[in-house]
Write a protein that binds this ligand. Sequence first.
Ligand code: ADP
Ligand code: MG
Length: 250
Amino acid sequence: MVEAVMVSKSFGSHEVLKSIDLRVERGHVTCVIGPSGSGKSTFLRCINHLEVVNAGRLYVDGDLVGYREKGDKLYELKPSEAARQRRDIGMVFQHFNLFPHMTALENVMEAPMQVKGVSRKDAAARGRDLLARVGLSQQVGHYPAQAVRRARQRVAIARALAMDPKLMLFDEPTSALDPELVGEVLDVMRELAATGMTMVVVTHEMGFAREVGDQLVFMDGGVVVEAGDPHQVLADPQHERTKAFLSKVL
Ligand code: ADP
Ligand code: MG
């Protein structure tokens, strides 16, 4: 579903991603760990067209991301072309970015209506289903600042699912939550994984990575230091940098 081949990304002279090679299989959950500043968010943002890679090739479902190939030349995609590719990718951020003036249901209905031209009636029916799926059937009419406040991340997940994504990206979805809310969000993610959704999850939740992940990727300093079966990477890391990081977080 995702293939990165020698992907690099710089901001000015600062090379943030350095020749990343990575494969994410369809239907698999890939968890990405690594210290702050190692390039995890930038990598997700490249997959989701929020940044354009400078070198190498990044593919989502066989489509080159950010560029069009013509002969041996690459042309940067126009915003409208990038937007079309991006419609199939759902992203959940650390800070939920819900529309504060809309109810939970309206938040979930918005993109299908605006971007896909789904009717209000159909968007509402689907929205109710999705909110029920994340355990929020009682909160459809609540506003983000009020009763649904504690469930904002689950609303954000339902909102991303409303676009029927083929790939879901999560950037530290539980890092900003009160501890007692973390489990609810991880449960929703676990259920989503069980449906066969392809997911890339940047997280510090090692238990989730171990139980749900098919692959665990350790990034440091803009490179993939180590990637493999989560049980194996966590129990028997091969690189000193991985060992040092894990000794701090486990
Ligand atoms: P992580 O998510 O692993 O903490 P990031 O991908 O957010 O790491 O950041 C990696 C590095 O890239 C950091 O040094 C950060 O300051 C830098 N960076 C990220 N986005 C930008 C940007 N838009 N402009 C300049 N530097 C950036
Ligand atoms: Mg980050």
